[in-house]
Design a protein around this ligand. Structure first.
Ligand SMILES: Nc1nc2c(ncn2[C@@H]2O[C@H](COP(=O)(O)OP(=O)(O)OP(=O)(O)O)[C@@H](O)[C@H]2O)c(=O)[nH]1
Length: 409
């Protein structure tokens, strides 16, 4: 069987260049004769510079959602994603069939025509699934629908996050640290391998970021320099004159300092590449990183995903057992309810008890059921009394059931 395609999910702040980056890696793969399968999850984008195979806009009208539900732009995107996530089974069915993992697509309309089969067989060689996401990063990453879509993808394909960063806008220590904290929160939320893509390297090289991430002292030096030159906390490349800038007080400096130490551990889990979506520089390096992270997914993340799924299953069956136990307890109430409470001493428990009692009383044999007698005891008595011989296998199995179900006390 052909290896599974790698799903590359592009996330990043608005304007970081996700769509341009998607266009670049798409054309790079086409040029190599290895066309990807493309999915657009941004319902609000007006136009995209590539053909997407699955597009949220085909099934959901974002503007209509906004007006129907009386929502603002972010609420509209979130609701559109939620509506789209309800079709996750169909989406996964299409992806799996197009990627040669299932013989037939499970789309409405069922079997494929001859041209479709020819196309599908061509598309069976897909090695990459590229996913573009909304610029409102939190709407995707922190929403239930985003989580559903990501975990469904990860359950079927090795999945890698490409966190796209606007390099020229991340050149100061404070914006760099904000971006890293965001990346860190996404990593821990999604629990998927991540590549940091420092985009727009045609404007500014990403070397400074790589240095800061690998050498703690370089970051400290940059922090100190910014504080001394008064650029600290200002906009990129903007000097605030002498003295500390808007955020340039000692508190901010020491906070960044401490954070850089804390994040040192987090940096070890990341792959960092500098890319220019405009010129194509660094794209080969990016795909090398994708290969490494996909292998890491199979090695480290897949077992963890399986373990989590297994735990969920275990929780679910424990809950089922608990519910069953409660049900059994409810059954017990019937026998328990009478016991020791208001039931008069010699009141029969059931009509049949009444009949039995009458019969047996007439024989002069006092076998009235004592309130404290358990169901099991009574059953045992009945067995030996009625049959006068040893209980049958069926009788014993019922007895066992009564004991196990705990409805006999
Ligand atoms: N110089 C340069 N500009 C870039 C590069 N990549 C993207 N841009 C520009 O950055 C701006 C934003 O790019 P988009 O691709 O629309 O960014 P996005 O992240 O998809 O934006 P949203 O859809 O709002 O989330 C555009 O003006 C692009 O031309 C790059 O590598 N170099």
């Amino acid at each position: 069987m052909a290896p599974k395609p790698v799903a590359v999910v592009c996330v990043g702040m608005a304007g970081s260049g996700k769509t341009t980056f998607m266009q670049r890696i798409n054309s790079h793969l086409h040029a190599k004769g290895d066309p990807p399968y493309i999915m657009n999850l941004d319902p609000a984008v007006r136009s995209i510079p590539f053909n997407s195979n699955i597009d949220i806009r085909d099934s959901i009208d974002y503007k209509e959602v906004m007006s129907q539900y009386n929502l603002g732009p972010n609420g509209g995107i979130l609701t559109s994603l939620n509506l789209f996530a309800t079709k996750v089974d169909q989406i996964m069915g299409i992806l799996e069939s197009r990627c040669g993992m299932m013989p037939e697509p499970i789309t409405p309309g069922a079997s494929m025509t001859a041209p479709e089969k020819a196309t599908a067989s061509l598309e069976n060689h897909i090695n990459h699934i590229l996913v573009d996401t909304p610029g409102q990063i939190e709407v995707f990453v922190w929403s239930a629908s985003g989580q559903i879509l990501l975990s469904s993808l990860a359950s079927a394909f090795p999945t890698v996050l490409a966190y796209v960063i606007d390099t020229p806008r991340t050149a100061s220590t404070s914006t760099f640290m904000s971006n890293m904290l965001y990346a860190c929160s996404i990593l821990y939320k999604t629990k998927l391998p991540m590549i940091l893509v420092f985009n727009k390297t045609d404007v500014q090289s990403a070397d400074f970021a790589k240095d800061w991430m690998t050498d703690f002292e370089t970051f400290q030096a940059a922090l100190q320099k910014e504080e001394e030159t008064g650029q600290f906390g200002g906009l990129e490349g903007e000097s605030t004159g002498s003295g500390p800038g808007p955020g340039g007080n000692g508190y901010m400096g020491s906070l960044l300092n401490s954070m850089s130490m804390v994040l040192d551990e987090f940096y070890k889990h990341l792959q960092v590449v500098g890319v220019s979506s405009m010129t194509g520089e660094g794209v080969d390096e990016f795909f090398a990183a994708v290969g490494e992270k996909a292998a890491e997914f199979e090695r480290d993340y897949r077992p963890e995903l399986e373990r989590r799924r297994h735990e969920r299953e275990k929780d679910r069956s424990a809950r089922r057992e608990q519910e069953l136990g409660k049900l059994m307890k409810d059954l017990e109430v019937d026998t328990e309810g009478y016991r020791g409470h208001s039931k008069p001493k010699d009141m029969p428990e059931t009509i049949s008890d009444l009949d039995d009692t009458d019969e047996e009383e007439s024989e002069g044999d006092d076998v009235r059921v004592k309130p404290e007698e358990s169901l099991t005891e009574r059953y045992e008595q009945a067995l030996t009394k009625n049959s006068g011989e040893n209980p049958t296998v069926d009788d014993e199995s019922f007895l066992r059931y009564v004991k196990q179900a705990n409805i006999n006390r």
